[in-house]
Write a protein that binds this ligand. Structure first.
Ligand code: 0RA
Length: 221
C-alpha cells in the first residue's frame, strides 16, 4: 500500500479570521465606502465563479431595509460534507477559515472566488452577523455566525425543493465600517459590468431601503 503523496499544490494553509478583524484594510482595501461595497463584490464573485463553470444562471442581490445585503444564486451550493481533517462541514470551513495560499482540500474545492477574491470568510469576519443557506442534495442547510464565529453547527432546515444554490445574507459590522450607506448606483454600475462580461447570467439588484424623507428647505429667519 502506498502512502498519499504531497506536493506544493496540496499544501493548504488555513488560518482563523482574527487577522481579518485586526487589519481589515489588508483584506478589503479600506473600511470606508469602497471596502463596504467590496464585501458585496466578494460574495457575488463567488457566485460568478459558479456561472463560469456553467453551474449558475441567476444571481439576485438585495439591499435590505437594515442595510444588510442578501446574495442568492442558483449554483451548486457550497459543499456541506464533513471534512475529516477539520471535523467540520466544508461549509463551516469555507465560511470561517482564511486560506493563505495553496489549494483547498484534495477534492478541488476552492475557497476564494474570482481572480482577486479573498473569499467569503473575509465577508463573514467583517459582518456583525451572517447567515448562509445552501440548497444541495435535496436539503436546505443553514448556519449563522456572529463576527465570523458560528452561533451553532450547520443544520438541515428543510428540503431544497429540487433546487440548488447558496444564499448569503450579511450585516457589515459597524465596529469595522464607518457607515453602512450602500450606494445603489455604485453597486448597479459594477454589477452591470459583471453581467456584460457573463452573457446568459441574469443579475438582479433590488433596494428595499425606505426612500429618504425629502429634507425641509433651509429658510432664512
Ligand atoms: C466551494 C466549492 C464549490 C463551490 C463553492 C465553494 C461555492 C461558493 C459560493 C459562494 C457563493 N455562492 C457559492 N457557490 C458555490 C464547488 C462545489 C462542488 O464541487 O459541487
Amino acid at each position: 500500500m502506498t502512502s498519499p503523496s504531497y506536493d506544493a499544490g496540496d499544501i493548504q494553509v488555513l488560518e482563523g479570521l482574527d487577522p481579518v478583524r485586526r487589519r481589515p484594510g489588508m483584506y478589503i482595501g479600506s473600511t470606508g465606502h469602497r471596502g463596504l461595497h467590496h464585501l458585496v463584490y466578494e460574495v457575488v464573485d463567488n457566485s460568478v465563479d459558479e456561472a463560469l463553470v456553467g453551474a449558475c444562471s441567476a444571481i439576485s442581490i438585495t439591499i435590505k431595509p437594515d442595510s444588510s445585503v442578501r446574495v442568492e444564486d442558483d449554483g451548486r451550493g457550497i459543499p456541506v460534507k464533513v471534512m475529516p481533517q477539520f471535523g467540520k462541514s466544508a461549509l463551516e470551513v469555507v465560511m470561517t477559515k482564511l486560506h493563505a495560499g495553496g489549494k483547498f482540500g484534495g477534492g478541488g474545492y476552492k475557497v476564494s472566488g474570482g481572480l482577486h477574491g479573498v473569499g467569503v470568510s473575509v465577508v463573514n469576519a467583517l459582518s456583525q452577523w451572517l447567515t448562509v443557506e445552501v440548497r444541495r442534495d435535496g436539503h436546505c442547510y443553514r448556519q449563522r455566525y456572529t463576527r465570523g464565529v458560528p452561533d451553532a453547527d450547520m443544520r438541515v432546515v428543510g428540503s431544497s425543493e429540487g433546487s440548488t444554490g447558496t444564499t448569503i445574507h450579511f450585516l457589515p459590522d459597524l465596529e469595522i465600517f464607518d457607515d453602512l450607506n450602500f450606494n445603489f448606483t455604485t453597486l448597479a454600475q459594477r454589477l452591470r459590468e459583471v453581467a456584460f462580461l457573463n452573457s446568459g447570467l441574469q443579475i438582479t439588484l433590488t433596494d428595499e431601503r425606505p426612500e429618504p424623507e425629502p429634507q425641509a428647505e433651509a429658510v432664512d429667519e
